[in-house]
Ligand binder design. Structure first.
Ligand SMILES: [Mn+2]
Length: 330
């Protein structure tokens, strides 16, 4: 029998925290993507519809071209004034407390509720509703609209769909027996969302330097372990050559995963001399669970997509990762 998805029941204590709270801070992860910010916005609108006072906070930076226009809706820090109301903190789309950056210290002592869909990470917060089989965090938030009996406006429908589209590679990462995702998406389209316009918004809007940058990273990438692993690396110096704040990730991954036989793609980005950000992707057929791999490096994520940041040079972490992937590629 296929394993059809249904949402686990919303714990009663979470429902009570939401119903009883009067003031809320909605927080998402640093370097936010479409799912993160849309989840924050949709969660905020849900709580406002329930009569709550809401502040959206995200430390940024708001660099990806598809989300920069949303930055004006967010505060970038939690002030003492905001804390004076003793707000409930709702954290969305974060698998570990480090993911919220400087805000982690600022919210200390406040009641925290987590809504997330990452399968691996270090659990935190006082209350958690974590649903790894949800395609995006907005998928969970859409469920909350139903749970609390709040109507989805066309504007919120757009945000919810934006999260679905960003996290599912525009529905390409969805396997069989997940008609539920498409049924949810169909509901949003009937509320006025245009998938056509959304596709342009997500993959368009880049400058020429962005595409050249991706080209450079492909050119520089190394094929390893009999063509099953590809590693692409970028360095601080690249920012002097290529004028773009967009992340090469998504385009880079889809091009490298298109190569026959490639199972794992690693993108190593030098942030500082001894600090490297690692993006991990694995192909649909691969046995490698990159979420687990990222967890071993102190990060987290999903089976097919994950990330971590380590205090090591690009070269050092590269060598370590080759050995780790080799062990997993049976
Ligand atoms: Mn997400």
């Amino acid at each position: 029998m296929p394993e059809f998805f249904s949402f686990p029941p919303l714990p009663e204590d979470i429902r009570l925290v939401i119903e009883d709270g009067s003031s809320f801070l909605i927080i998402g992860h640093i370097n936010p993507d479409g799912d993160c910010l849309s989840s924050q916005i949709a969660m905020g609108a849900l709580l406002e519809a329930l009569g709550k006072q809401v502040t959206l906070v995200n430390a940024g930076p708001f660099e990806r071209s598809e989300i920069t226009h949303l930055s004006g809706l967010f505060q970038t820090g939690v002030t003492e004034e905001m804390k004076a109301e003793n707000p409930v903190v709702v954290v969305v789309d974060c698998s570990s407390i480090e993911r919220i950056g400087s805000l982690a210290e600022e919210i200390e002592g406040l009641t925290t509720v987590i809504f997330d869909h990452h399968a691996s990470g270090e659990y935190f917060g006082d209350y958690r509703y974590i649903t790894p089989r949800a395609i995006s965090t907005t998928f969970i938030i859409m469920h909350l609209y139903r749970e609390f009996g709040i109507e989805i406006t066309p504007e919120i429908a757009d945000h919810l769909f934006f999260g679905f589209a960003t996290d599912s590679g525009f529905f390409r990462f969805i396997g069989p027996y997940r008609g539920d995702i498409l049924r949810h998406a169909a509901e949003l389209v009937d509320l006025g969302v245009s998938p056509n316009e959304m596709a342009d918004r997500i993959s368009g809007g880049k400058n020429l330097d962005y595409v050249k940058y991706v080209g450079k990273l492909i050119d520089r990438s190394e094929v390893l372990l009999d063509g099953r692993l590809i590693i692409a690396s970028s360095y601080i110096r690249d920012s002097r050559t290529f004028d773009t704040t967009d992340r090469p990730g998504d385009m880079l991954y889809s091009m490298l995963l298109a190569i026959r036989g490639v199972e794992v793609v690693l993108y190593l980005k030098e942030l500082e001399t001894q600090v490297t950000e690692i993006g991990l992707r694995s192909s649909h057929q691969s046995p490698v669970d990159v979420g687990e791999l990222a967890k071993r490096l102190g990060g987290g994520g999903h089976r097919r997509a994950a990330g971590a940041t380590v205090n090591e040079s690009v070269e050092a972490v590269r060598d370590r990762l080759i050995l780790l992937v080799k062990e997993l590629l049976v």
